[in-house]
Design a protein around this ligand. Structure first.
Ligand SMILES: *[C@@H]1O[C@H](CO)[C@@H](O)[C@H](O)[C@H]1NC(C)=O
Ligand SMILES: *[C@@H]1O[C@H](CO)[C@@H](O)[C@H](O)[C@H]1NC(C)=O
Ligand SMILES: *[C@@H]1O[C@H](CO)[C@@H](O)[C@H](O)[C@H]1NC(C)=O
Ligand SMILES: *[C@@H]1O[C@H](CO)[C@@H](O)[C@H](O)[C@H]1NC(C)=O
Length: 364
């Protein structure tokens, strides 16, 4: 998936605190449309306090306030368009003083068009009907998902997205709760990828397959920076894989079948993820702008339906203060075969020994 390369990465000059406290900004305030200068300033100060954000000088502070004000306006306007309680809403999170351009450079850069050659069509999955798949599944409840991570200011979404799937299959096959694996090993050692400047999740699986597995997070800690590879100094490989598969591109049925068996890594366009707070994200702008580019990798950990609205349960790697404790619900079964923001484009998942179909749902 050559499109998953992050071309640009600028270290930010801001000193950013990743401390997440529970929101002290009442939600009703964010649904109000009108924002006076004074009120915006009050919100900015509250927000700075909540996120421990300080700036080097007044000029920088004034600049950040202007951006914050724009963002607040956008959040309020978007929220005001909500039609049902299931529609997604946006909120002031730790990214509230970053302009869309700054945010995109780091977290959602344009990584080029989706691959023309398509992912390899996978005949097994092509007509996969998974008749025994449950109507809803949440791998978190089955102990197959580790806690939400924070990639920080490093374009390593590909590493976090893929270790999530490795953690999942390992837990399912072993029948034991999942253990966090090392994203840093991939960042430092996977020479087919570009560390903090991006990579491809299928290549991350290839790295793990070809290198006898991957270390535990605890043995190879995350630094959010490119570093030299220390894999050879770490004896214990926590997880080994047998192989990996691509989900048939643009087949939502195949994606559904795959997720019914294990957590799956997908690429997508993360437009409008910056301020996502809760609800079912429908990617209206991806549709409006006919998005054809992938900018992010995430892990689908389940699917469900609420009041007739079908959605994927998706784990992100932007910390627990983003979205719903780090998660986003993304609408499924839309009319669009690409899925919301291309989520049906490029899923892949690692395999480990043979998990027999009849054991998929009872093995853990
Ligand atoms: C998965 O898709 C990628 C991108 O098209 C391709 O390079 C890779 O060989 C495929 N892997 C498998 C196991 O089919
Ligand atoms: C999958 O289904 C299509 C259409 O029903 C059929 O043409 C194709 O041969 C099937 N593929 C496999 C691998 O069974
Ligand atoms: C979404 O679309 C609206 C309307 O065109 C636009 O104002 C807004 O900036 C878009 N959001 C993003 C994240 O591009
Ligand atoms: C998106 O695609 C539709 C259908 O192909 C087209 O009518 C529309 O003009 C396109 N919108 C943009 C913004 O390119």
């Amino acid at each position: 998936m050559s499109s998953l390369v992050i071309k640009l990465f600028f270290p930010l000059f801001l000193s950013l605190s990743m401390i997440c406290l529970s929101s002290c900004i009442p939600r009703d305030d964010l649904d109000r449309r009108f924002t006076s200068e004074e009120e915006a300033l009050g919100q900015f100060q509250l927000w700075q306090k909540e996120y421990g954000r300080e700036y080097d000088n007044l000029k920088e502070e004034a600049k950040r306030f202007e951006i914050f004000k724009e963002n607040l306006k956008y959040i309020r306007e978007t929220n005001a368009r909500r039609e049902s309680p299931f529609d997604y809403s946006l909120g002031l999170n730790e990214f509230a003083d970053l302009s869309r351009e700054e945010f995109s450079k780091i977290f959602t850069p344009d990584m080029g068009p989706i691959p023309k050659d398509n992912m390899n069509l996978n005949d097994d999955d092509d007509n996969d009907s998974c008749p025994n798949a449950p109507a809803s599944i949440d791998w978190r409840k089955k102990g197959a998902v580790t806690k939400v991570k924070n990639q920080g200011y490093c374009g390593s979404c590909w590493a976090f997205g893929s270790i999530g799937a490795m953690e999942g299959i390992n837990a399912i096959v072993k029948g034991k709760p999942s253990v966090s694996l090392s994203a840093q090993e991939l960042v430092d050692c996977d020479k087919d990828c570009y560390g903090c400047r991006g990579g491809w999740h299928n290549r991350a699986f290839e790295y793990a397959i070809n290198n006898g597995g991957i270390a535990k997070e605890a043995d190879y800690l995350y630094t959010a920076q490119d570093g030299t590879c220390k894999a050879s100094t770490i004896k214990r490989k926590a997880v080994t894989l047998s192989g990996y598969k691509n989900v048939t591109s643009y087949s939502e049925k195949s994606l559904y079948c795959a997720v019914s068996r294990q957590p799956v890594t997908v690429g997508l366009n993360s437009m409008d993820f910056q301020f996502y707070q809760d609800g079912i994200y429908d990617g209206e702008n991806c549709t409006r702008y006919n998005v054809t580019h992938i900018s992010h990798a995430v892990l689908i950990v389940g699917y469900d339906t609420v009041a007739g609205h079908d959605y994927w349960i998706v784990k992100n790697s932007w910390g627990e203060s983003w979205g719903m404790k780090g998660y986003i619900f993304i609408k499924r079964n839309t009319d669009n075969k690409n899925g919301v923001c291309l989520i049906n484009c490029c899923g892949s998942y690692p395999t480990k020994e043979a998990v027999k179909p009849e054991n998929y749902y009872s093995s853990i």
